[in-house]
Design a binder for this molecule. Sequence first.
Ligand SMILES: [Zn+2]
Length: 329
Amino acid sequence: MKSLQFLGDSRVAVVDIPRPKPGPGQMLVKVVVSALCGSEMHSFYSPGVKPGGGHEFAGVVEDPNGQAGFSKGDRVAVHVVTGCGVCRHCRAGNEIFCETLAFPPNSHSEYSTPWAHHCLKLPDDIDWETGVLIGGDAMGVAYHLSRRVGVNAHDTVAVFGLGPIGLGIVSLWSFLGARVIGVDFSAWRREFAEKKLGCWKTVDAGKKGVVDKLRKLTGREGPDICLEATGKPAPVTQCFEAVRKGGKIGIVGEQGQATFNPSDGLIHKEVNVYGAWYFRLQEFPGMVELCRRGLKPKQVITHRLPLEEAQKGYDLMAAQQCGKVVFRP
Ligand SMILES: [Zn+2]
């Protein structure tokens, strides 16, 4: 079958590999749509040949492999993080805290073998691309973050970073009624957020005075909520500086170190800070319902490419000239 391979140093190829066989608890799924995740860029940039990535996908069950509740032909989206299923965290529905996390195999391929427990059946009125986004990072993280932090229609929210996850946040939180300010270096992404996703205003992260601009846009008080989705240290600091007194901060951008001033940024302002990683299986029906009420997760998709043109997708991500990129294997 066709499958993506990282060749190292920002190059990818499509190679022929054997079709995988589902192991215990897994099913064979024919991939229909597989989305490019920003987390793959580490593999893309680094040297050396690696098997292809991809973990956000939806497809058709080709072989249910005896898994209860599934039949050949079922349409499914795949939740990426799988726990052991029996520890206290898994029992509580928090599989992302499990000590033995596993991730579905490479999905930038014709077939993949996800665990049946993490396959989410797609209702007939949810199309493939919507299914990928609400079963994956772009809308899944945005939705989980909205539930963690809590958002009101009267909130003004600054979103630092308009990559695929930041754009998902802009799209969802605007839909939920909040007034969203997008902060990013990329003029392309700022314009996309404003023109297509309902972003109220944007601020150029590359110019001086980002915090001051956020204050000016919010009557000098600062945003009610600041969300960090860049994975860079400076915006973390800016979140603490910009957020209004008594406001909230949500952090989803993965990174090792960042600094903030506890007295000025947290203690005296009495700010609440939330980390959020990945959505829970039980949050999927809520996202389906929002789609039925008019949320259009597909708005964040800017490029649809056959797998053979995957190089173009990664190049666009590297240049920050795209929203979400999806492949059709
Ligand atoms: Zn577990």
